[in-house]
Ligand binder design. Structure first.
Ligand SMILES: C=C(O[C@H]1C=CC=C(C(=O)O)[C@@H]1O)C(=O)O
Length: 450
């Protein structure tokens, strides 16, 4: 595994190494099959499938591993590292990675593999756009080492592809622990009182489950299940050291494609109906529900000024629509803008994260309450995860409906927006809905009839 580098360390590198790339068509055309090769998965990897299945990417190995331990500066540090590396590169290149939810939180031991910001420039990247697959190999070396290193990598890549795939293993958890559930339940009336006293308008409180396994589930088969079950969601996996973070989230944080920026407000939820009629009724009641509209409106109110600041022009519908995924339906308002010159995707992330769909209003105050009420660190739950390239394109999702896998255990997270009239039982049930996508792949979702 290559060494993690901060911006300072990169600046201090005084050798003549450069980034070189080779891209070619890829005929194997099954990205997930790569994650079934044992020797590949011992290294870092990243899996990404966008919400409409038009783009799928798998990054394997890390030619460069960039990190930032800074709190507020972490976005700029990654930006500076990438800018500096672009000067050492022949072509544009791509990075995968994440920022943790709360850089100021004391990290919990389960999250120790992920820094405040952690990005990989993958050694091998396979990418599907529509039906067309390509494979890119990236190296970082002195010019005189280039040919030999490319040869070595080509050989290694051939070898890896010939390697036998491990059989899919379906493992079911043997124990489910609701972590500090009493404390979660108590925190809701405490939070609603604080809100009624005017201390905050909305705070998203989350809880977590810990599932125990007898053997580690295979990531490729978990992702296959998510691909089958969670259409209309971003499906992702980020593996580093002994940890893998996976998920299927409906929520885009930001997408940038040739200076066009797209984001959305996703907040306010109700379960899916058991029949089309019931589903429609539930959707209609969600659209009309004042509490959910209020929760949603806070998110819209926060995102819109950011588009005003960073875009020349933007458009946004004046009322939410429904976003329906397998277990749940949400209120949804998309927003789209033409970015001002020199604005970057990381600047959007810095301003957008956390939206009031994951943090609250006001942002700083809500983060304080989250630290106070949620003992465990959220790590990458509800955090920005995705990819960007040095041409200025990229896409990040909000890592909800997610789980961390480590040491034969999975840690699942789910939360909901608390406003003045939130109710414990309702919130508690809603977290079960939100756990469902992940619980299902680990051995069974709990039916919820609320
Ligand atoms: C915090 C979560 O969901 C957010 C996103 C959509 C709807 C939400 C809600 O209705 O409360 C939450 O704000 C989660 O899934 O853990």
């Amino acid at each position: 595994m290559c060494k993690r580098l901060t911006y300072r360390q990169l600046q201090q590198q005084s050798d003549n190494r450069r980034i070189y790339q080779k891209t070619m068509p890829w005929n194997a055309q099954d990205g997930l099959s790569l994650l079934k090769k044992k020797s590949l998965t011992e290294d870092a990897f990243f899996y990404w499938q966008n919400e409409n299945d038009s783009v799928e990417m798998i990054g394997i190995g890390a030619t460069l591993l960039l990190q930032s331990e800074a709190e507020e500066e972490r976005f700029q540090e990654i930006e500076s590292s990438v800018r500096l590396l672009r000067q050492r590169a022949e072509d544009d290149f791509l990075l995968f990675g994440s920022f943790t939810f709360d850089a100021a939180h004391e990290p919990s031991p389960e999250w120790d593999a992920y820094e405040n910001a952690l990005f990989i420039v993958p050694t091998y990247c396979v990418r599907r756009e529509g039906d067309v697959w390509s494979q890119t190999t990236t190296i970082y070396c002195a010019p005189e080492e280039k040919d030999e290193l490319f040869n070595q990598r080509a050989e290694q890549w051939e070898q890896l592809q010939r390697e036998k795939e491990e059989n899919a293993t379906f493992v079911t958890y043997t124990k489910l622990e609701e972590r500090q559930v009493e404390q979660y339940r108590e925190s809701i009336p405490q939070m609603t009182s604080l809100i009624r006293e005017g201390k905050a308008h909305k705070v998203v409180l989350a809880r977590s489950l810990r599932l125990q396994f007898e053997q580690n589930p295979q990531i490729a088969s978990l992702m296959e299940q998510l691909n089958e079950q969670q259409k209309n969601s971003y499906r992702f996996a980020f593996h580093i050291d002994d940890s893998t973070f996976i998920g299927a989230t409906p929520e885009r944080l930001i997408k940038v494609n040739r200076s066009q920026a797209n984001s959305e407000s996703v907040a306010g939820s109700i379960r899916r109906g058991k029949t089309p009629e019931e589903d429609e009724q539930l959707g209609a009641s969600l659209l009309a529900d004042e509490k959910n509209r209020e929760e949603h409106h806070y998110v819209v109110e926060m995102i819109e000024p950011i588009f005003q600041e960073l875009c020349e022009t933007y458009t946004m519908p004046d009322r939410p629509q429904l976003l329906k995924i397998r277990d749940i339906q949400h209120l949804h308002t998309p927003i789209q803008g033409e970015m001002k010159e020199d604005v970057t995707i990381l600047q959007f992330i810095e301003r957008l994260h956390p939206t009031p769909a994951l943090g609250g209003v006001p942002t700083k105050v809500s983060l304080e309450y989250i630290r106070q009420f949620e003992r465990q660190d959220r790590g990458l739950y509800a955090a920005p995860i995705g990819w960007f390239d040095t041409e200025g394109n990229g896409e990040f999702a909000v890592a909800i409906r997610s789980a961390l896998l480590k040491d034969n255990a999975a840690y699942l997270y789910a939360g909901g927006g608390i406003v003045a009239d939130s109710n414990v039982e309702h919130e508690y049930q809603e977290t079960w809905n939100k756990f469902s996508p992940m619980l299902r792949i680990f051995g069974g979702a709990r039916e919820n009839d609320e």
